[in-house]
Design a protein around this ligand. Structure first.
Ligand SMILES: NC(=O)c1ccc[n+]([C@@H]2O[C@H](COP(=O)([O-])OP(=O)(O)OC[C@H]3O[C@@H](n4cnc5c(N)ncnc54)[C@H](OP(=O)(O)O)[C@@H]3O)[C@@H](O)[C@H]2O)c1
Length: 210
């Protein structure tokens, strides 16, 4: 697949590395596509990666990935252009600026705001409930981390399920996009356990069933 990734930090960089290694083409959409840091990242990933403007990356891509800080997300979406009909993976978490908690929630979610900023896009919330360390490697012995995915468009969710499975996560369909109201607090729990409770980033949530 041809994947546009908006944001080239911990999440964007890690997802790009993994998908490119799996044979997908990744194009970073960046405010500074020629920056030293991004040039080095593209060179490290190799032939399957490139960087351009945010609008340029989105042109013709099969899937668009939002991996921006929450405070930059609305502006990034505006820079992406018309997203009608496009599959958009929202990896963001609507964190307060000091990371002390979620800025919104319970009766809406970041994902639903993203949908409002990108009318007509097929928004799927995914890859927000675990750290980028687990995106690099979700395996814990024989087990793997569960990745919750939610969205209102079944076909888009299918595409995202394929891409998330390719990262070696076990995918759990959490239902409609409004279930992001539960996924975003789940991300906050992961952050709390990792950084306030001192468990560190090598932890992950796994759904067990019987
Ligand atoms: N870190 C994690 O483990 C983790 C896990 C799950 C979800 N998340 C969520 O994923 C999102 C990204 O997290 P991150 O840790 O990857 O952040 P990060 O390392 O700070 O990277 C964010 C990237 O967004 C781009 N960006 C920054 N300001 C921007 C703006 N005003 N307009 C457009 N792009 C801008 C930058 O790329 P350019 O300089 O190339 O534009 C930057 O590299 C956040 O919402 C976070 O809550 C993070």
């Amino acid at each position: 697949m041809d994947i546009a990734i908006i944001g080239s930090g911990n999440v964007g960089g890690t997802l790009a590395r993994r998908w490119a290694a799996g044979g997908h083409t990744v194009r970073f959409g960046s405010r500074n596509p020629e920056s030293e840091k991004l040039t080095a990242l593209v060179a490290e990933i190799g032939d399957n990666a490139s960087a351009t403007t945010i609008a340029g990356a989105c042109e013709g891509a099969d899937v668009l990935v939002l991996a921006t800080p929450w405070s930059a997300t609305e502006d990034a979406i505006t820079a992406m252009g018309d997203l009608t009909g496009r599959v958009l993976i929202d990896c963001t978490n609507p964190l307060k600026d000091d990371l002390s908690g979620l800025a919104i929630g319970t009766d809406t979610s970041g994902a639903e705001l993203v949908q409002g900023w990108a009318p007509g896009a097929r928004v799927v919330k995914a890859l927000n409930t675990t750290g980028s360390t687990n995106m690099e490697n979700p395996a814990y012995g024989a087990d793997t981390v569960t990745m919750f995915v939610c969205g209102d468009d079944a076909e888009a969710k299918g595409v995202v399920t394929e891409l998330v499975s390719a990262l070696d996560f076990e995918v759990c369909d959490a239902g409609p996009l409004s279930a992001a109201r539960y996924l975003e607090p789940t991300a906050m729990l992961w952050i709390h356990l990792a950084y306030q409770q001192g468990l560190g980033p090598n932890i992950g949530f796994r759904l067990v069933t019987r």
